[in-house]
Design a protein around this ligand. Structure first.
Ligand SMILES: C[S@@+](CC[C@H](N)C(=O)[O-])C[C@H]1O[C@@H](n2cnc3c(N)ncnc32)[C@H](O)[C@@H]1O
Length: 254
């Protein structure tokens, strides 16, 4: 699995080999109990902290000490483990929230594509009134609950439906950490975010380390930079030379 997690400049390449072996896992994932998945996460991840942009947030993630770092991908029993990595876009977004707690304080927040749950944890730590973590991977929801417990914050409300295919609910803030890694997904997100802003005046914040799919997407021209962070050396090395990660505000004239 190591070769799949290395070279994360392009997330699609990172997981492509994995996905080919993964086609029949979806049904069996649905049958596993939460307890089984939770135990699996504990046994196959390691506690991390100091090596991200948010050393104050502890997370259980894949590291070279974990069995599946070197294991054959076909032995992995679930969908692609996006939740086992703290992506650079999410790191910048979470850092920005922690540095600017008023962005979330007292607000209803949606962390869309929540993965390991770090941005939800940051929003909670800043005093958000209500946090929803949405990820279509059920394993991510369970990892998020584990990571919240590690950080002594109440778990968010976890939703595993594909929210971007339905009518937007009312949130004050929507967080998107490293969600513009696939062109089709980026285009669906763009339309749905426009609806959220039109209907509810939602504030939309995006964290991205400058992936090609993001830089070349039409939404990129409509963003205002809020902050930029140099990635820690270890994160740069794991992400094939990406050096910094930026937080953007999407505020179109609609
Ligand atoms: C690259 S990861 C980013 C995770 C986290 N935001 C971070 O920055 O560490 C993308 C996440 O989005 C989730 N995802 C993909 N499509 C989605 C969708 N339509 N709705 C919600 N989550 C989605 C994946 O399962 C994955 O956990």
């Amino acid at each position: 699995m190591l070769r799949l997690l290395n070279g994360r400049r392009c997330i699609g390449i990172c997981f492509r080999a994995f996905r080919r072996t993964n086609s029949d896992k979806w049904m069996s994932n649905r049958c596993q109990s939460n307890e089984y998945i939770s135990r699996f996460i504990w046994e196959n991840t390691e506690l991390t902290g100091g090596q991200s942009l948010t050393p104050e947030i502890k997370l259980r993630l894949f590291t070279p000490n974990c069995r599946f770092w070197d294991e054959r991908p076909e032995l992995w029993p679930f969908d692609d483990p996006y939740w086992a990595i703290y992506w650079p876009g999410g790191q910048a977004l979470s850092r920005y929230l922690l540095d600017n707690p008023s962005v979330c304080r007292g607000k209803s927040v949606l962390d869309l594509g929540s993965g390991c749950g770090a941005s939800s944890i940051a929003a909670k730590k800043c005093g958000a009134a209500h946090v929803t973590a949405n990820d279509i991977d059920r394993v991510a929801a369970i990892a998020t609950v584990i990571n919240c417990e590690l950080n002594a914050v109440e778990p968010p409300f976890c939703v595993t439906d594909n929210m971007i295919s339905s009518e937007p609910q009312c949130f004050d803030v929507i967080l998107l950490g490293d969600m513009f890694y696939d062109e089709a997904l980026a285009t669906s997100l763009h339309s749905w975010l426009d609806l959220c802003i039109k209907r509810h005046g939602t504030t939309v914040l995006i964290g991205d380390p400058g992936r090609a799919q993001f830089e070349e997407h039409s939404i990129r021209q409509l963003l205002h930079q809020l902050d930029q962070f140099e990635l820690p050396k270890s994160v740069q090395d794991e992400n094939y030379g990406l050096t910094c990660s930026t937080v953007w505000h999407y505020q179109p004239d609609l």
